[in-house]
Design a binder for this molecule. Structure first.
Ligand code: R5P
Length: 290
């Protein structure tokens, strides 16, 4: 098996290769003055099982195009099988036509990934699992929540309460609770489809004096998780931690979360960021080895 760490997932790709003791084939990017670039595999892929690791966080368009170029070229160069490992799938939140006339971006992305000759698709805590049903090739949606919970446990937070800031993410809090064992709950969030504004419904949580881990799949602007943290602190929670799989952390997200009372933000290396404390390499390597 050959691992190709894509330009957007250099560090994670190399860690996955190390965990599997697999050969790495690097890709070189030659940039042109007009913003275009030429991508080149620096090694032979003929007849090989090739795994391309490329996340698609910001800048999404560039990272997606590089992913497609790598998939298509690997196939063209004679790879026997090409697996796309996309730790964070961009546009996964646009999985339906919420308003008339909208693009269902996630579906278009699936069509493009498949059209480039992908034999298998692997991702982590995809926002909406129904997107994977659009693939005809085998897919795997891995979870990083147990790794995140184990991280908190190793830091002495065994027995902490796990909370998801959105009812749709209750599965995340339940999974963390299987490690931390301090109980779990959820909040209800509504997003205005026109303005993007969110409302988090007030709810009594019985967290007085408790440590709490708030878990979400994505932290983007930080608005959702900051509101949950504020509510927890108002209700007397002791230490509150923000945890997520995909730390997009746009603009002032980090400041907002800390100012609302979080001790710390813990994320994974699904996207390069300053909070990538937990690596996805073990969980991805295990899935690829199976
Ligand atoms: C959406 O439902 C996701 O699960 C996250 O809750 C959302 O993307 C977080 O966005 P933000 O950090 O901008 O509130």
């Amino acid at each position: 098996m050959i691992i190709v760490p894509g330009p957007a997932s250099q560090s994670l790709g190399k860690k996955i290769a190390e965990a599997l003791n697999a050969r790495v084939v690097p890709v070189n990017l030659k940039a042109f003055p007009d913003g275009e670039y030429c991508l080149r595999f620096d090694g032979d892929l003929t007849g090989e099982e090739v795994v391309i690791v490329q996340t698609t966080g910001p800048p999404q368009d560039t990272n997606i195009l590089q992913l497609l170029l790598m998939l298509d070229t690997a196939k063209e160069l004679g790879a026997k099988k090409v697996t796309a490992v996309v730790p964070y799938l961009a546009f996964a939140r646009q999985d339906k036509r919420f308003l008339a006339g909208e693009a269902v971006s996630a579906e278009t992305l699936v069509k493009l990934i498949e059209a480039c000759g992908t034999s298998r698709f692997v991702t982590v805590n995809i926002h909406a699992e129904n997107i994977l049903k659009k693939f005809r090739v085998p897919t795997k949606n891995l979870s990083a929540i147990t790794l995140l919970a184990e991280h908190f446990k190793s830091r002495g937070l065994d027995g902490a309460f796990s909370l998801s800031p959105d009812k749709g993410a209750i599965g995340l809090a339940e999974e963390a609770d299987r490690v931390l064992g301090g109980g779990c709950g959820w909040l209800r969030k509504e997003r205005d489809r026109y303005t993007g504004e969110i409302q988090v419904e007030e709810k009594s949580l019985n967290v007085k004096g408790k440590d709490v881990i708030v878990l979400d799949d994505i932290i983007s602007t930080g608005g959702t998780i900051a509101r949950a943290i504020k509510m927890l602190k108002t209700q007397g929670a002791r230490r509150v931690y923000a945890a997520c799989v995909h730390p997009l952390l746009i603009g002032e997200a980090k400041t907002k979360i800390i100012e609302n009372g979080a001790e710390e933000i813990v994320g994974t290396d699904s996207i390069p960021s300053s909070v990538r404390t937990v690596s996805l390499a073990p969980v991805i390597a295990e899935a690829l080895a199976r």
